[in-house]
Design a protein around this ligand. Structure first.
Ligand code: F6R
Length: 368
């Protein structure tokens, strides 16, 4: 049942192209994005004037990615918050607020309570969930199911990428409802998304080099992760994967925060994994990242850079380069996450840990 893999997680990493493709399947009809169980009228969606994304853990990182895409496509204000914080605050919500709850299991206690907290204040709730008929989608006004298939490994991999794909579709559905995207633009964004599974496949074929690198750094006490813009949540996810699977101190930072503290941690030989934005995207994002990398390299960090193969500036400051094919800036997380997952799983295996069942963790956190 592990399909020839030593662990479910490795099989699930390999299943990611399919997970994304299946999640997109059937959601573009006649130039429009359609959701699954929509107990919200078109008017309800048109009336949305603010979006709140709530989730925990890895799903929260998908929410951070969703924020950037939804804001860009809809021009609506989007906030993203940990469900465990949201539920104990007094967030300002009303009938025209759309709360997007992201949960693989659909049973996470804090996310469920965040949904109830939102409903108590008359907000509309849309769930992104991988489990049919789970509690969170049952209590929501609309649902978008991720079709990643069952995820056995405790650490989320294919469900994370499927959540991101689904969140992009929510952004496009909202953009068509509020009128910031014409049908042909929705179609072209959707087509760009549909090309991603093949790109992820390509990345997966090149993972032996990442495994070698992970073995080389498996004895590290600390690994830092650095990203900016779409790369920032990917850096956080890379760090979460490494700490939960390999029990190594791992931290992700927004590159722009380096000078505000974290750069003090940089020491001789410290590995730092960097997510480089596409050099074909916004030039300022790319050049800022290059100077950040120069700063840490000058202080002795070993730089491991995930970048496009044509990125000569990144190659010049990389101790190790992990190439990923070109992708549109907003969609890059679907691709740049993959080497992070492989890195964490390999370090954990190298240290002799069970990557499917990390210590102290449960697959579904139904108690707080
Ligand atoms: C980390 C991981 C967890 C979950 C979190 C939310 O690899 O899997 O951080 O993402 O517990 O779970 P769901 O998505 O079921 O609400």
């Amino acid at each position: 049942e592990k399909g020839g893999y030593d662990y479910f997680m490795l099989k699930e990493i390999a299943e990611q192209p399919e997970a994304i493709a299946n999640t997109l399947l059937g959601h573009l009809e006649g130039g429009r994005i359609v959701l699954d169980e929509q107990r919200l009228s078109d008017q309800d969606l048109r009336d949305v004037d603010k979006v709140f994304v709530v989730a925990c853990g890895t799903a929260y990182h998908a929410g951070m990615i969703a924020k950037y895409a939804i804001e860009h496509w809809t021009r609506l204000p989007v906030e993203v918050e940990l469900a465990s914080e949201f539920r104990y605050r007094d967030p300002v919500l009303d009938r025209s607020t759309l709360v997007v709850a992201i949960s693989q299991s659909g049973e996470t206690a804090d996310t469920l309570e965040a949904v109830r907290h939102a409903k108590d204040q008359n907000a509309r709730v849309l769930a992104i969930c991988n489990t049919n008929g789970a509690q969170i989608p049952r209590e929501s006004d609309a649902v978008l199911y991720t079709h990643a298939g069952p995820e056995i490994g405790v650490a989320s991999t294919k469900c994370f990428l499927a959540q991101i794909a689904a969140a992009y579709m929510v952004g496009l559905a909202l953009a068509q409802a509020v009128g910031t995207k014409y049908p042909d633009e929705v179609v072209s964004e959707f087509r760009a998304l549909e090309e991603i599974p093949a790109v992820v496949e390509e990345v997966l074929e090149q993972m032996e080099a990442v495994r070698d690198l992970a073995r080389q750094y498996a004895a590290s006490d600390t690994v830092l992760f650095l990203g900016r813009h779409m790369g920032y949540p990917v850096a956080l996810e890379g760090a979460l994967k490494l700490k939960e699977l390999a029990y190594i101190h791992a931290e992700g930072f927004a590159a722009g925060e380096l000078k505000h503290g974290p750069i003090a941690l940089i020491d001789d030989g410290l590995p730092v994994i960097v997510v480089m934005p596409s050099p074909e995207g916004r030039a300022v994002l790319h050049s800022k990242m290059i100077s950040n990398v120069r700063e840490i390299q000058a202080r002795g960090a070993k730089t491991i850079i995930i970048a496009e193969p044509g990125d000569t500036a990144a190659a010049a400051v990389a101790d190790h380069l992990i190439p990923i094919p070109h992708t549109p800036t907003l969609l890059q997380p679907l691709v740049s996450t993959v080497p992070m997952q492989v890195f964490a799983a390999t370090v954990a295996q190298e240290r002799g840990y069970d990557v499917d069942k990390p210590r102290n963790l449960a697959k579904s956190v139904t108690v707080e």
